[in-house]
Design a protein around this ligand. Structure first.
Ligand code: ADP
Ligand code: MG
Length: 933
């Protein structure tokens, strides 16, 4: 009904797509009109256009206040569009011998508008990207062009780089394992090519940097994502993760676990002993005596080197662990606060007595309890940082994408990314013949028919590309072809560069190529094969003179023309689909390999009732249709009705998969908001030389919190616990405040005034303590402690969120909406984390003693290393596997996730201090994450 109405409206008013194309068409005419004058410019004058356009841009936005800046820049670029596009087209004509077709100009405008340009395979999207890239680079804010693999990033950067360089723009490409400085300069370039993984990882790395100068990226400005559906839809489920493993942590927890019972508990406060257990506040306070005993015991346990003090910055971490162990032994009891089940410590909710699977205590407490209970200590494989592509790409000021297949997922692009899809017409009319599906009863019959079709092509000289949905199927078909002595090549998506060469030759006569869907993406299949490579070889040959080269090239071209004609006569490239993919988009990608730029071609999908998609989703309908049409044994059915009902099954699966991705996104959004907050804070700390103001505010907060725990607001003096407060100040902040004396000598002192005095004293005490040190040294230590405390707690928080996410669906039976629960608890956890950062920073700073030069050099804290070095890890992937199950049709969910999304994990290796850091920053480990502990 709806579709009838919309079809009717479209017939009367034209579709939105048509209207947009009409608008873009007007701009195309304007660009074309500039061509004669621009073409008349000599090379140097054409190149000089860049400077002129840049100046015009700068002038246009000069003096515009910050809030109007975005709009002004947008308007300025819009004004420069026609001329810029004309300039790029002219440059491409001169250096690449390619003149942007009119439809390519349209594609370029769509990209500039922050939309998705759907352009068929072979329409030249690589070239299209040069137009908006150039235009947007005029602002000097940087443009990122995102490709699916390193091979394509390098290829495109080099190929299109000729145009940019001719016009005086700089181009960079970022690759994995690139030296740090080289990559930084690639990021500083006007236009940067790279893969989605690398851009995402670098973002994460930047937010782990300990020094401003270590960062790679500028503010994320404009990204053009090639094969956008593959990156934003197919890979949307797989988060990028940088993970490491704390090698010695288990041991630390275990040794601490042995140390804790050796310390003597004070029966009552101020009696002899090492620590006092404050049951009311659920804390353990170490006495001065306890401090000394602890140093001794830790020394004996091999945790604290001879002559070192727990007050040194490098060892305050040990205090943290000791505190956790003491709490584990003295405040948390089995079967009351937690239970041990199947080797796991599970928290018991103190109010409801309900088990809270998945929830973990933070601050190392959970691990300390695990050590106490002698079960395996979890969360060793630590996520140092993680983000999904969805959330990464949404951070760009402007995002655009291009692909041959976006239209079927237009709703999702709009809904999640706010990206509109514009279908750009092809340069030449498409004449590929897409035949109806043939459906067989059994898989065996299907494969027989496929081999028959391949053989037919082979005998008629026609090249054929056989697409499969899995490597196993590729191999199955390959085996059958071998039996029939049909020569063929098999591809799966592994070696991108070599593969590109093979695909490039897939258009030669008689060529049989079997490929999984992803294989050889981004490479063009030219009918007759690609001679350009061979021509390049001849051009580069040193043993030929110019005339010899020309002759050889002429021969090659002539030879190619013969092959080309033969293939055209045989019907162009034939595509065989051996199975329908669950998304129509992927099928269209396969089909789109043929019929490029007006080439002839054909395609057919062969299916059987045994295929999973049919069996699960369309079985009954298709069966019924078959009954009705009457289907003789051994013969296929080929009918529009069947094809349509399969498509509707695909639509169902697509919708379901969309829901899964959306669900994942909703969960991830919670972490994402928190991540943004933390990263923002972290960056501001990183960028400031002096954080003493922030520290002051934190101290004020901490002093106030302790104060209010003992002197509640609007309370009577009888309710105040002044001695308790004095003790806490002394123990936690090493602050000896004679509060009771103040009150005695000044009976009029109210709680506000008392608090103010406490705060002033705390500031003063800190100032006195630090007075002996040069201010830069103090600033440095403050900044370092703030950063590393934040990082440590953030990592623990990530782990806590992860565990929460794992456990949350188990709460479903308690009539609670897991998503709501997750949000609420994640929020609480975040609040608690911020509080503990605050407290720990202040505590650490009161405890810390700046003594040696060594303390001041963050890049050489060799002694820190024995606490949490990174460690090799294998198969940790399942740890971060997103959780899909829980609701919905199980069969559907299983089919939908049969190729389970594997997160892209970059694991830390076993490394020495002088080895390159495993995060890939290109710096030495000790200068990078080796010091993050
Ligand atoms: P897509 O990414 O859209 O599938 P490519 O960027 O790989 O397509 O380009 C396909 C082929 O078309 C390339 O070999 C390229 O050289 C050629 N091509 C693209 N645009 C033009 C043009 N304007 N003139 C001539 N050839 C072009
Ligand atoms: Mg491409």
């Amino acid at each position: 009904m709806i579709s009838w109405i919309s079809r009717f409206l479209r017939a009367v008013f034209g579709s939105r797509n048509d209207r947009l194309l009409k608008q873009y068409g007007r701009s195309v005419r304007a660009i074309n009109a500039l061509e004669p004058s621009i073409a008349a410019l000599p090379d140097h004058a054409l190149a000089a256009k860049t400077l002129e356009l840049r100046e015009r841009f700068a002038k246009r936005v000069e003096g515009v206040p910050e809030e109007g800046r975005d709009a002004a820049e947008k308007a300025a670029l819009a004004e420069l569009l026609s001329e810029s596009f004309a300039v790029v087209r002219e440059a491409a004509k001169r250096v690449l011998n390619m003149r942007h077709f009119d439809v390519q100009l349209i594609g370029g405008m769509v990209l500039h508008d922050g939309k998705i340009s759907e352009m068929r395979t072979g329409e030249g999207k690589t070239l299209v990207a040069t137009l908006p890239a150039y235009l947007n680079a005029l602002s000097g804010r940087g443009v990122h062009i995102v490709t699916v693999n390193d091979y394509l990033a390098s290829r495109d950067a080099e190929w299109m780089g000729k145009v940019y360089k001719f016009l005086g723009l700089s181009v960079g490409v970022i690759l994995t394992q690139m030296p740090h400085a080289e990559k930084q300069s690639a990021y500083a370039a006007d236009i940067t090519y790279g893969t989605n993984n690398e851009f995402g990882f670098d973002y994460l790395r930047d937010n782990m940097a300990m020094q401003v100068g270590d960062r790679f990226q500028r503010r994320l400005n404009y990204a053009i994502v090639d094969e956008v559906d593959s990156i934003l839809i197919d890979e949307a489920r797989t988060p990028l993760i940088i993970s490491g493993r704390a090698e010695d942590r288990t041991e630390i927890y275990q040794r601490m676990n042995a140390v804790a019972p050796l310390l003597k508990r004070q029966e009552k406060e101020n009696e002899p002993g090492d620590f006092y257990v404050d049951e009311k506040n659920h804390t353990v306070l170490l006495s001065e005596e306890g401090h000394e005993s602890a140093e001794k015991l830790l020394g004996r346990a091999g945790l604290l080197p001879e002559g070192r003090s727990l007050y040194e910055p490098a060892y305050v971490n040990l205090m943290h662990h000791l505190n956790a162990a003491l709490r584990a032994h003295n405040l948390f009891f089995r079967d009351r606060h937690y239970v041990v089940q199947d080797g796991e410590v599970i928290i018991v909710d103190e109010f409801t007595g309900r088990l809270m699977p998945g929830r973990r205590w933070s601050d190392g407490l959970h691990q300390a309890i695990e050590a106490k209970e002698n079960v395996s200590i979890q969360s060793e494989n630590q996520t140092l940082a993680s983000i999904t592509f969805q959330n990464y790409f949404r951070m760009y000021r402007k995002l655009a994408g291009m692909t041959g297949t976006a239209d079927t997922e237009a709703y999702e692009f709009q809904e999640i990314y706010g990206l509109e899809v514009v279908v750009v017409p092809t340069h030449m009319p498409m004449i590929r013949a897409d035949r109806n599906d043939q459906v067989f009863r059994t898989a065996a019959e299907k494969y027989k028919a496929i081999i028959g079709d391949i053989k037919d092509c082979y005998e008629r000289d026609q090249p054929v590309l056989v697409g499969t949905t899995s490597i196993e199927n590729s191999e199955l078909i390959s085996g059958m072809l071998e039996k029939d002595k049909l020569p063929h090549q098999v591809l799966n998506a592994k070696q991108h560069a070599r593969e590109a060469e093979i695909v490039a030759q897939a258009g030669r006569p008689k060529m049989i190529t079997i490929a999984t869907n992803m294989a050889g993406r981004g490479t063009d299949i030219v009918l007759g094969g690609n001679v350009e490579k061979q021509i390049d070889v001849v051009r580069a040959a040193e043993d030929l003179d110019t005339a010899g080269k020309e002759r050889r090239i002429g021969e090659l071209r002539e030879e190619w023309q013969g092959l080309h004609n033969r293939v055209i006569a045989s019907g162009g490239l034939h595509i065989i689909g051996t199975e329908r993919h669950e998304a129509r988009r992927i099928d269209n990608q396969l089909r789109g390999r043929s019929g490029r730029q007006g080439d002839p071609g054909s395609s057919r999908f062969f299916l059987s009732l045994e295929d999973p998609l049919l069996r699960i989703f369309a079985g009954e309908r298709v069966n019924a249709i078959m009954q009705r049409l009457g289907m003789p044994e051994g013969e296929p059915i080929e009918h529009g009705l069947v094809t349509r009902s399969i498509e509707s099954a695909q639509r169902k699966v697509e919708a379901h998969n969309f829901d899964i991705r959306k669900q994942l996104l909703e969960y991830d959004n919670v972490a994402n908001d928190q991540r943004r907050e933390i990263y923002q804070l972290r960056n501001s700390i990183l960028e400031s030389q002096d954080v003493s103001e922030q520290i002051r505010a934190l101290r004020e907060g901490v002093v106030t919190d302790f104060f209010r725990a003992h002197v509640p607001e609007e309370s009577m003096e009888e309710q105040w616990d002044i001695p308790g407060l004095e003790k806490v100040y002394a123990a936690e902040l090493r602050l000896e405040l004679p509060l009771s004396k103040w009150l005695e000598s000044d009976p009029g002192l109210d709680d506000e005034a008392l608090l103010k005095r406490a705060i002033d004293e705390a500031h003063a005490a800190y100032a006195r303590k630090m007075a002996a040190n040069p201010p830069e040294a103090v600033h440095h230590v403050e900044r370092l402690i703030l950063l590393s405390t934040l990082d440590n707690h953030w990592l623990e928080h990530l782990a806590a969120l992860y565990h929460l996410r794992q456990g949350i669906h188990l709460r479903g039976y308690a009539q609670k909406n897991p998503k709501q629960e997750y949000k609420r608890e994640a929020f609480e956890l975040f609040g608690a984390m911020v509080e503990s950062v605050k407290l720990e920073v202040i505590k650490t700073l009161t405890a810390v003693e700046i003594r040696t030069q060594e303390d001041l050099r963050p890049d050489d804290q060799s002694h820190v290393e024995n606490i949490t070095p990174l460690h090799p890890v294998s198969g940790g992937a399942e740890e971060v596997e997103p959780e899909y199950a829980g609701n919905g049709d199980v069969a559907l969910a299983e089919a939908a996730t049969k190729k389970k999304a594997q997160p892209v994990v970059r694991h830390a290796q076993k490394i020495g201090r002088n080895d390159p850091c495993p995060c890939g920053s290109g710096k030495k480990y000790k200068h990078c994450h080796g010091k993050l502990t």
